[in-house]
Design a protein around this ligand. Sequence first.
Ligand SMILES: [Mg+2]
Ligand SMILES: [Zn+2]
Length: 165
Amino acid sequence: MNRTEPVKAVFLDRDGVINHDPGDYTTCLDEFTILPGVIETLKEFTERGYAVVVITNQGGIAKGRYPVRNFAEIDSYMRGEFEKAGVHYLDTYFCPHHDAVSKCLCRKPRSGMVEKAIARHHINPQKSFMVGDKMRDLVAAAGAGVKGVKIDVNQDMRTVKFPFD
Ligand SMILES: [Mg+2]
Ligand SMILES: [Zn+2]
């Protein structure tokens, strides 16, 4: 890919979109299960010329529910699964903060992580979209000029109609 050309990307929330969200934090790799349809859908994004960026709130870190190394272990496993499948994956941005502990500019619904990804990877926000299972995912995207697709928690993404460019 020509690195001077703006990239089109699909931003994805993690918990409840990529992996099964049981209604509590995913605290370690043993609790991380990729949902049915995710790999197939991400491969379709790749075939259509989209890069994949993961944007995830991990407030459990601020609350002391799990250490950042557990998050990092999950992330490297997830990247490995994407790479094995030939998904064009770019990056993961995570917010380790929680408003109950300390305020930040990155926690969704704020747009800090999406804005950082756009700047760092030369992403064209108008040609991109965000997939999330919570309104705060879509609010974070909108704040950075990115349209959003709301899905149900743990929905099979093969059943979703995406706003392909
Ligand atoms: Mg979620
Ligand atoms: Zn943060």
